[in-house]
Design a protein around this ligand. Structure first.
Ligand SMILES: CC(C)(COP(=O)(O)OP(=O)(O)OC[C@H]1O[C@@H](n2cnc3c(N)ncnc32)[C@H](O)[C@@H]1OP(=O)(O)O)[C@@H](O)C(=O)NCCC(=O)NCCS
Length: 162
């Protein structure tokens, strides 16, 4: 159960904690889906200026339990994209990712986004399919770290039924 989760906007002071969750979560869940070398290069990248900017804009949500961050989601409003969604490994499969995704979609709706897109790590495609996202394509893209990574290009209509 996760009824004791608290949500708040992320701040730039959260950067180190969020990046650590990203690296630990992806290290576990992406293993087996990507070559080890590619994973090492991807996860060694420092946070981008764009990511720091999104935190300053207040478009990131953190979930806390007992005042400790257990996951986060980031919406890039300009790109109409879910930029990130990560849950700390000790907290996988307790519904935290689903709750963070719902909050991120609500934030996107409030910002006037009708269709939210995302690039899913291969291991996360089934999670997003289970939450109403459509898989448009699987392609590979050049990450800024220099590595090419496969991803699922996905989208979901956020329009509420009348
Ligand atoms: C993907 C992720 C955000 C899901 O968060 P979570 O809190 O573990 O997921 P939830 O407990 O909310 O899952 C709800 C449902 O989604 C589906 N689901 C969740 N994780 C899944 C997975 N790895 N594979 C397939 N389905 C999954 C299941 O239907 C699950 O329900 P169930 O547990 O009753 O079977 C989290 O596991 C994570 O951070 N993974 C590593 C990083 C990552 O890949 N992030 C996405 C980058 S695009």
């Amino acid at each position: 159960m996760c009824d004791d989760l608290a949500f708040r906007p992320a701040t730039p002071d959260d950067l180190t904690a969020l990046w650590s969750i990203r690296n630990r979560a992806a290290r576990i869940q992406c293993a087996g889906h990507y070559p080890p070398d590619a994973l090492d290069t991807w996860l060694a990248a420092a946070p981008s200026d764009g990511f720091r900017h999104l935190l300053r804009q207040g478009h990131a949500i953190v979930a806390e339990r007992d005042r400790s961050i257990v996951g986060y989601a980031v919406v890039d409003v300009g790109e109409r994209e879910l930029e990130a969604l990560f849950v700390a490994p000790d907290h996988f499969r307790r519904g935290h990712g689903s709750k963070l995704l719902a909050r991120a979609e609500e934030l996107a709706r409030q910002e006037g986004i009708d269709i939210l897109t995302l690039s899913a790590a291969l291991n996360a495609i089934d999670f997003y399919l289970a939450h109403g996202y459509e898989l448009l394509a699987i392609d590979d893209y050049a990450h800024r770290s220099g590595v090419r990574l496969k991803r699922g290009v996905m989208r979901k209509s956020l329009k509420l039924p009348r």
